[in-house]
Design a protein around this ligand. Structure first.
Ligand SMILES: [Zn+2]
Length: 297
């Protein structure tokens, strides 16, 4: 089955999207109450619900979103419908868009085109089931707590969840994603990505001295500090290169080549993961940020 235990209270559900696995990890936290982090878009959420049923979870108390991008939170309405006792938590900047996802859907279609159809039907979460998180808020599940930490950068509405007992942090996309084996290596930067904020957020996460890093795309990783430092250095390098690229009027293609010249990234990714292609997606937000920064002087 697609549920794997990480510790006695934490599991990861790998629900496939269009037959693909390891696309998005949905984390299940079990105390006296039960929460999931990032149910995914609707077509993935259906698999999460199946996995929860097989695992014996009948009621759910909280659906916690790392941010409201549809590949993380698009199926929240389905969770709310299936589990009438549950509440959906997200950053205050995102809550209204979860109630009325029309702008989110339009934005995702602009960025991903037809691929958004894979997500399935996406509709709103009832407003009386939405909870706006505050920074530092404690979510007490009885026997296990999670603390909300605002970690903007990837998006302005990114928040992480810290489980102090096992020193595990659930970061959504705030840190980066994994290509191949060996842990997270690449920042994810859909526009409007803010690399300065992203590095501040990584520093904040580092300050927790976490041991396990639970990444949305994909999976739990030990040696959290090592991974965080690697992404931190890469973010700073790419930020610098994005400004150089903007000054030299490079397009995304040329900026990607520049990064591949300057970064030892290629050594860390298996050939099979077609780094250039995935990299362009990872670099888009940096590229746009560089241009914006240059315009600001
Ligand atoms: Zn995202």
């Amino acid at each position: 089955m697609s549920l794997q235990r990480i510790s006695d209270k934490i599991s990861v559900i790998d629900s496939p999207l269009s037959g693909m696995r390891r696309v998005l990890g949905t984390y299940l936290i079990e105390g006296e109450k039960t929460a999931v982090i990032d149910p995914g878009p609707t077509n993935q959420t259906l698999g999460v619900i199946d996995a929860l049923q097989i695992h014996g979870v009948k009621e759910l108390d909280a659906v916690l979103l790392s941010h409201i991008h549809l590949d993380h939170g698009g199926g929240s309405w389905k969770m709310a419908e299936t589990y009438p006792g549950s509440f959906v938590y997200c950053h205050p900047r995102g809550a209204a868009h979860m109630v009325d996802p029309s702008k989110l859907k339009a934005g995702a279609e602009r960025l991903f085109g037809e691929r958004v159809l894979e997500y399935g039907t996406i509709t709103g979460v009832p407003s009386d089931r939405m909870m706006e998180s505050s920074d530092g808020e404690i979510i007490d599940l009885g026997g296990v707590i999670l603390q909300v930490l605002w970690t903007p950068g990837h998006s302005s509405h990114s928040q992480s969840y810290w489980e102090p007992d096992s020193r595990t942090v659930f970061v959504g996309d705030a840190v980066g994603h994994v290509m191949g084996e060996g842990g997270p290596v690449v920042p994810v930067s859909p526009p409007p990505h803010n690399p300065v904020r992203a590095v501040e957020s990584i520093d904040r996460i580092l300050g927790l001295r976490p041991e396990t890093l639970c990444i949305a795309h994909f999976g739990p990783h030990e040696n959290a500090t090592e991974h965080l430092n690697r992404i931190r250095n890469r973010s700073i390098l790419w930020d610098r290169l994005s400004i150089q690229a903007a000054k030299e009027g490079m397009d995304l293609e040329e900026f990607t080549s520049l990064v591949l010249e300057e970064d030892e990234l290629m050594n860390q990714i298996e050939e099979s993961h077609s780094p250039e292609r995935s990299l362009k997606g990872g670099l888009l937000g940096f590229h746009m940020y560089g241009k914006w920064k240059l315009e600001q002087g």
